[in-house]
Design a protein. Structure first.
Ligand code: PLP
Ligand code: SF4
Length: 358
């Protein structure tokens, strides 16, 4: 019998006909699907979470192409070349993106379960305009030659689309490299294909080893979290694998106080620890998902910090070509003199704190 996750992939909702089994498709959605030259689709599981009648459904908007993708006022052309420093002097395999001295992103596939409309790697993954060579062995060889690398972030595409054997191979080969201290996966599988966390995959992940595995997933709206998510995350935790979240700030999807707080609280109820909130990057054709930069800091100020459990708080960052730059709210230091600081809390209450000289 075919494993359920493979069946999900085989029945990917990526045609108008299949989509109609889940929702009442609007004429605008139909126009985008039939006229835009773009890859789209999701698992039947994730499609089943869409609102049948509301085109503004946060899941629909992440899954279905929109004519707005033809507009590009603020996006940067050849975004990934710039963002991933692919035009610099250091020669690296296509699969290695580097912004830091001691860690790299290792792209092992350009295939995804869900082709997110807001994807910052859309030139490679969704639009297929930029062709990169995803040669795993070439990437592994580069990493083993670069002794300064201590942390490898395996990404894609979605690396959990690979077979258990392929994932096992990558982990095993990385663990043979003596200078690595940790391995990370970036995967939306716990959210868009929780069935992927099978006993077979658990076996691959649950080997005790001094080089631990960490996972970050991407969940952007509370409606994406179900009982199946909770089960998948629990299974990962039983393997010794922690699961964090990297949400993307998306206009009209999670940029209001109530949704934003609910998202981060609900993540904790299924044991996912918020890690980053990303500003939606200036890749071409996704203007309609972007807010002003300040928005993320405002949401943390007004929805999270002090308003709910501290564990619910992600770090708000812009992911630039020179690394991630934090943009946390800065309302709390009102002033400072030789004697003391004047601080403000989440309710606007002022307090004083002694200033200790160096
Ligand atoms: C995001 C990213 C990393 C990891 O950044 P952390 O802040 O350590 O999570 C590493 N390399 C690249 C190219 C990245 O984009
Ligand atoms: S899963 Fe990640 S790589 Fe794939 S389309 Fe979504 S954001 Fe892009």
């Amino acid at each position: 019998m075919m494993e359920e996750w493979k069946e999900q992939l085989q029945n990917s909702v990526n045609t108008l006909e299949r989509l109609k089994a889940f929702i009442n498709v609007t004429s605008e959605e139909k126009e985008a699907i039939t006229t835009l030259n773009t890859k789209w689709g999701t698992s039947p599981y994730f499609a089943s979470l869409m609102d049948k009648d509301d085109p503004n459904c946060p899941i629909r908007r992440q899954v279905l192409p929109s004519m707005k993708e033809k507009v590009n006022k603020f996006g940067i052309q050849d975004y990934l070349i710039w963002k991933e420093n692919r035009d610099t002097e250091e020669v690296r395999p296509d699969s290695i993106a580097r912004q830091y001295h001691n860690r790299v992103a290792f792209t092992v596939t350009d295939v995804c379960v869900n082709y997110c409309r807001h994807c910052f790697r859309k030139e490679v993954v969704v639009d297929k305009e930029l062709h990169l060579r995803m040669d795993v062995d070439e990437g592994l060889a580069w990493i083993s030659e670069h002794k300064e690398i201590r942390d490898v972030l395996i990404t894609g595409g979605d690396p959990f689309i690979l077979s258990d054997d392929k994932i096992e191979y990558i982990i095993r080969k990385l663990r043979e490299i003596p200078h690595l201290d940790m391995i990370r996966f970036g995967t939306r599988a716990p959210i868009v294909l929780p069935q992927r966390i099978t006993n077979g995959l658990k076996k691959v992940l649950s080997v005790y080893h001094k080089v631990p595995i960490w996972i970050n997933t991407q969940c952007n709206h509370p409606n994406e979290i179900t009982e199946k998510t909770a089960e998948a995350v629990f299974k990962l935790l039983t393997c010794g694998v922690n699961v964090g979240n990297q949400a993307v700030l998306l206009k009209g999807i999670n940029d209001d106080v109530e949704t934003f707080r609910k998202l981060h609280q609900k993540l904790l109820t299924v044991r996912i620890r918020p890690y980053y909130l990303f500003y939606c990057e200036p890749a071409p054709g996704i203007d309609h998902f972007r807010t002003p930069v300040e928005k993320g800091a405002e949401l943390i100020r007004d929805a999270i910090r002090g308003h709910t459990t501290g564990l619910a708080q992600p770090m708000y960052v812009i992911a630039t070509n020179v690394g991630k730059i934090p943009l946390m709210p800065d309302y709390y230091i009102m002033g400072k003199d030789e004697k003391e600081y004047t601080l403000k809390n989440h309710k606007g209450i002022i307090t004083k704190w002694p200033n200790i000289p160096e």
